[in-house]
Design a protein around this ligand. Structure first.
Ligand SMILES: Nc1ncnc2c1ncn2[C@@H]1O[C@H](COP(=O)(O)OP(=O)(O)OP(=O)(O)O)[C@@H](O)[C@H]1O
Ligand SMILES: [Mg+2]
Length: 509
């Protein structure tokens, strides 16, 4: 085996707090190397050291046999390190082909751009990963999955030797994830090394050669995929056994809190009817284009409906704007939290209080101690890993940012909480904590509509599931169906999706 990257005893601190402690790592040529660990354990910081974005305080990085104590981003790129960032950093108003080729052409020092070259370079890269994309389309018109493929092709055009993917699958649907994992494997067979970060252990197990576990800034160990299983890996990541207890609804009162009858929005969803009672956690699952997020947005007044009726606590209501929804006790945790859910330049406490600013500002004057109290409660309830409530949200790890969004919506004390993919990017341990909170709120009478891609999440939380296909409810599964041993298989079949790996666990040595 030929090492292409050696990280040696790296330590990195922010404002005196050490977030990486003496971490070492070896990545070999043609290896898929996964990094796993809880939110805030230091995964992104580690890869930012490898790509030259951060300079480690101690330690060195050996790339292609060359030693660096202060690696710059330029040197990282010259040595073949390419990072696919979550926002992909693409030019929105350029075509796919231009995005793929432009940097390579610029690097060659060309003063005039030959558009034939652009098309040629782009086509060559897409061939390497065996995909057909419309190269002429402008990026802003492309869905996330295509943007990501564009970013991968751009990295290939740069002669990437090490491709870093930090949670590349969070915004993808199940089928897109499968496609991406196939591409990752294809690149590996061409000799590329890949550093892959994900909280979804089924993805990790389906691609990894080696898995490195990081806990609290320290490396716990490197494991070959064949010598470890999901259960053991979870324990190594969290230091405890993770178990997701199932939710049971315990109410005899069945009057509906929310009743939706024949809801339709042309081109998005059709004839949707369901009921949420006190303490219900109703799941909504279905592939891309099934209309799930669109239904959520219409119920929150973000998209008008064409026909249908909505009743809240028996009263027919019109929800034309989010204010109407809020007034009726409906909250929405949006799918695209980074655009719609957070003020990243503000502090934790300012984010948490933002949804209830009127309530905690008697006579128009903000009650600062109440704001502090709410922030502390959120940090404690969701175990947010942050130095203090004064911390600016931008400096939190991805998963911890997400917990703040959930926390701030909970503060509005909704009766009906619509959650669109609440635990994307959340580690397995924190998921257990979030599920526990959802169960507690439901036991106190809150009703949830839980949109999710993960069958495990649906099974752990829901007492009824709506399976959607092409904008319509295809099947409804009740609590007794969900308790059957083959419930997972049944749901996967209904949504027409294959699981990433067979149900059998890899052997443990
Ligand atoms: N620029 C920064 N300034 C201050 N603190 C930072 C900065 N970047 C990261 N941190 C802190 O370093 C720690 C590690 O963060 P990092 O983003 O590496 O975690 P992660 O393992 O990627 O987590 P996640 O799974 O949530 O993405 C966190 O406590 C985070 O708040
Ligand atoms: Mg991260």
């Amino acid at each position: 085996m030929e090492p292409i990257l050696n990280v040696k005893n790296i330590t990195k601190a922010f404002s005196g707090v050490r977030v990486l402690k003496n971490v070492s790592l070896t990545v070999n040529r043609g290896e898929i190397h996964c990094l796993v660990g809880e939110n805030g354990c230091g995964k992104s910081t580690l890869v930012k050291c490898v790509s030259g974005v951060y300079t480690p305080d101690e330690g060195e990085i050996v790339l292609n046999g060359q030693r660096f104590t202060k690696l710059t981003t330029q040197q990282a790129i010259q040595n073949g390190v390419q990072v696919i960032y979550q926002d992909m950093s693409l030019f929105r108003h350029m075509s796919v082909a231009e995005n793929i080729a432009i940097e390579k052409i610029r690097a060659k020092g060309a003063r005039l751009i030959n558009w034939k070259d652009v098309a040629g370079i782009a086509a060559e890269q897409t061939r390497k990963i065996n995909v057909k994309i419309d190269l002429e389309k402008e990026i802003f018109e492309c869905p996330i999955a295509i943007r990501q493929l564009t970013a991968i092709c751009r990295a290939l055009a740069h002669d990437a030797k090490i491709l870093v993917m930090d949670e590349p699958t969070t915004a993808l649907t199940k089928n897109e994830v499968s496609q991406l994992l196939t591409i990752v494997q294809e690149l590996k067979s061409q000799g590329m090394s890949i550093i892959f970060i994900s909280h979804k252990l089924d993805e990790v197990f389906s691609v990894a050669d080696v898995i490195t576990v990081i806990r609290n800034g320290e490396k716990i160990g490197d494991y070959n995929r064949a010598e470890i299983n999901e259960k053991r890996l979870s324990e190594l990541m969290t230091g405890r056994e993770i178990d997701y207890p199932r939710y049971r609804r315990d109410f005899t009162e069945n009057t509906p809190l929310l009743e939706v009858k024949g809801l339709s929005r042309k081109g998005h969803f059709n004839d949707i009817s369901f009921t949420l009672r006190k303490g219900d956690i109703v799941g909504m699952i279905g592939l891309l284009g099934s209309g799930r997020s669109e239904i959520a947005m219409s119920l929150f007044g973000l998209n008008p409906i064409d026909s249908g009726e909505i009743f809240v606590s028996g009263e027919k209501v019109s929800i034309a704007a989010p204010q109407d929804a809020k007034r009726r006790g409906i909250a929405l945790l949006p799918e695209d939290r980074f655009r719609e859910g957070l003020f990243t330049d503000l502090k934790i406490k300012e984010n948490v209080s933002s949804t209830v600013i009127d309530e905690i500002s008697p006579r128009g004057c903000l009650d600062f101690s109440e704001e502090d109290r709410l922030a502390e409660k959120c940090i404690e309830t969701f175990k947010v890993r942050a130095p203090s409530r004064e911390t600016v949200v931008r400096s939190l790890s991805g998963g911890n940012q997400q917990k703040i969004v959930i926390g701030k919506w909970v503060e509005t004390k909704p009766n009906i909480f619509i959650m669109d993919s609440p635990t994307v990017g959340i580690d397995i341990g924190s998921k257990a904590e979030i599920y526990e909170q959802i169960h507690n709120f439901a036991k106190n009478g809150m009703a949830f509509l839980l949109i999710s891609d993960e069958v495990e999440e649906i099974l752990a939380n829901c007492n009824r599931v709506l399976i959607l296909e092409k904008g319509r409810i295809k099947t409804i599964l009740e609590a007794q169906d969900l308790r059957q041993p083959d419930a997972k298989k049944l749901i996967l079949e209904e949504i027409g999706s294959r699981d990433l790996q067979p149900d059998t666990e890899p052997s443990t040595k």
